[in-house]
Write a protein that binds this ligand. Structure first.
Ligand code: GRF
Length: 173
């Protein structure tokens, strides 16, 4: 069984959905770079080990200690150095709330909504050393309704993320 580490910095709804999906792997660890993140509470509740670490050298040690095969980013707000990415080539996966290559980077849903996009989406991709530039593995689309507010659209996007991420991870595994 592959050994996974999930990286998150904030809320952690994707983390929780992945843990609860009973994928064909061992979810060994949450790595978090924010000691106040709500995702830490979720890890405690779910009985998943967690480490709050920021430094890449320390992260590498933790990943080695846990013999991690695959790194899954779920709202992890930090860009890895090229050397870190090279060590885990095609073994780091991210989810981004846009139809890549459109709207890379922060506040993607809001920017797409404010640009009047009628279709907004979710992309799951391998991580390279750019910001949301790695090869796309899968994407999904939601329609923006005539009367949808930004909050409505965000809700639809997050629901799609929660459906897609476990499903695509299972396929990758
Ligand atoms: C998600 O929208 C994900 O696409 C983006 O960060 C958000 C994380 O949400 N990378 P959560 O912390 O899983 O609730």
């Amino acid at each position: 069984m592959k050994r996974l580490a999930i990286f998150a910095s904030g809320n952690g709804s994707n983390f929780e959905v992945i843990v609860n999906a009973n994928l064909n792997c061992e979810i060994c660890l949450l790595v978090c770079n924010n000691r106040n993140a709500y995702v830490l509470k979720r890890a405690k509740k779910l009985g998943i080990d967690y480490k709050v670490v920021e430094d890449e050298e320390e992260i590498l040690k933790v990943l080695a200690n846990y013999s991690i095969d695959l790194v899954v980013l779920a709202g992890y707000m930090k860009i890895f150095s090229p050397s870190f990415v090279n060590k885990f080539e095609r073994r780091i996966i991210n989810i981004h709330p846009s139809l890549l290559p459109n709207y890379r980077g922060l506040n993607a849903i809001e920017r797409a909504f404010n640009s009047g996009e009628k279709e907004i989406g979710v992309s799951i991709h391998y991580v390279d050393s750019g910001v949301d530039t790695g090869e796309v593995i899968a994407s999904g689309v939601i329609q923006v309704g005539e009367n949808d507010s930004l909050e409505d659209v965000e809700k639809k996007v997050h629901e799609l993320e929660h459906f897609m991420y476990p499903k695509i991870l299972e396929e990758i595994l």
